[in-house]
Design a protein around this ligand. Structure first.
Ligand SMILES: C[S@@+](CC[C@H](N)C(=O)[O-])C[C@H]1O[C@@H](n2cnc3c(N)ncnc32)[C@H](O)[C@@H]1O
Length: 336
């Protein structure tokens, strides 16, 4: 039976806002009346923690459910335009970037997101990725306090806590592209594996003979080991600095290098451990228009490593107004 929060009429609007901020407003039904009370439709008995009685009541349903959180958020009208039209969803956690002027309304924005997308359990504000481990500084603004979640990607289940480990849900198509290139029996090394999305996609969708996945972040490697078990795939998870670890890695036919700000610094070491005919998939961020420069940098790394390569570059996604993330496929042609 559908449930509601029974609230004295004068308190209806502030309580409705609180219910929304808690992510518990049921947008599928209209607010009702019962004498001197209003009935606010809620999605869970947890709403009782706001200090009002929960009652059962059939309320008229709304024909059209609002799914655009920007129309629901309680923000000053002149700021509504500034609400981002896109955000990341990792499992049941939404991660959204807000401008400084919107930060005072982060709770309302989070509640509106949860009301518009009922499968969300948590909304967190993204305050930027920092440091060598590429961990996102995030602040939960609505829903459950924990950001640990399970993300589904092309049939793989990936546990991730975006507050402790880097994960980019926007690369799922790219991961499938790489998995589709892997031929039977290949040896694959993922030098910056995080919680394991590339390595697990490859082990799950292709038939490599060996997959070695490395990461410096101990949390990420522990999570990756759980994900390997969860998906029943064979991947070796190595914790440490891949610049060191790559020296004891098996000679690879394919190396994945997803550390966009500095992967190029590791390309020489990767090429030194690759079989002729093998490919390094390297991700790099640079100003749009400078993509040719990336090919030049790869060629220089190859010369320094004593190998000849051919490189193709494609733009993967926008990173900032003036820069993009590029995918480089660097094929090792021969050792000189
Ligand atoms: C951009 S994330 C990529 C994560 C994963 N491939 C994904 O798509 O979700 C880069 C990862 O490289 C790791 N890392 C940074 N420097 C490293 C190093 N020197 N050796 C090994 N891993 C490193 C970070 O901890 C982080 O998990």
């Amino acid at each position: 039976v559908p449930i509601c929060l029974k609230v004295p009429r004068g308190e209806g609007e502030p309580v409705r806002k609180k219910v929304m901020e808690a992510g518990l407003l049921d947008l599928g039904r209209r607010i009702g009346r019962d004498g001197v009370h209003v009935l606010i439709p809620v999605t869970s008995p947890e709403a009782a923690s706001l200090g009002y009685e929960i009652v059962e009541a059939e309320l008229p349903s709304r024909e059209v459910r609002e799914t655009d959180y920007r129309k629901l958020a309680d923000v000053p009208e002149d700021l509504r335009e500034a609400l981002p039209s896109s955000f990341d969803i990792i499992g049941d956690v939404a991660v959204i970037k807000l401008s400084d002027e919107l930060m005072p309304f982060a709770g309302s924005v989070g509640g509106a997101l949860m009301a518009a997308l009922p499968r969300l359990k948590t909304v967190a504000v993204d305050k930027g990725v920092r440091g060598e481990l590429r961990i996102r500084e995030i602040e939960v603004v609505a829903g459950r306090a924990s950001t640990l979640t399970t993300h589904l990607e092309h049939g793989a289940r990936l546990e991730v806590d975006p507050a402790l480990e880097y994960f980019n849900p926007r690369l799922s198509t790219e991961r499938m592209r790489i998995a589709s290139l892997v031929r039977d029996g290949e040896v694959v090394v993922d030098m910056f594996a995080g919680v394991g999305p590339f390595a697990i996609a490859i082990a799950k969708h292709a038939r490599p003979s060996r997959v070695v996945a490395m990461d410096l972040n101990e949390d990420a490697v522990a999570r990756m080991r759980r994900n390997i078990a969860l998906n029943k795939v064979e991947v070796e998870a190595w914790q440490g600095d891949s610049r060191e670890l790559i020296r004891s890695a098996p000679l690879a036919d394919r190396v994945v290098m997803n550390l966009p700000h500095s992967a190029m610094d590791f390309l020489g070491d990767a090429l030194a451990r690759m079989n002729a005919g093998g490919t390094a998939h390297l991700y790099a961020i640079c100003d749009r228009g400078d993509a040719d420069g990336l090919t030049g940098q790869a060629a220089q790394c190859a010369r320094d490593a004593g190998v000849r390569v051919s490189t193709t570059v494609q733009e993967l996604k926008t990173y900032s107004p003036s820069s993009s993330m590029y995918a480089l496929d660097v094929r090792l042609l021969e050792r000189l």
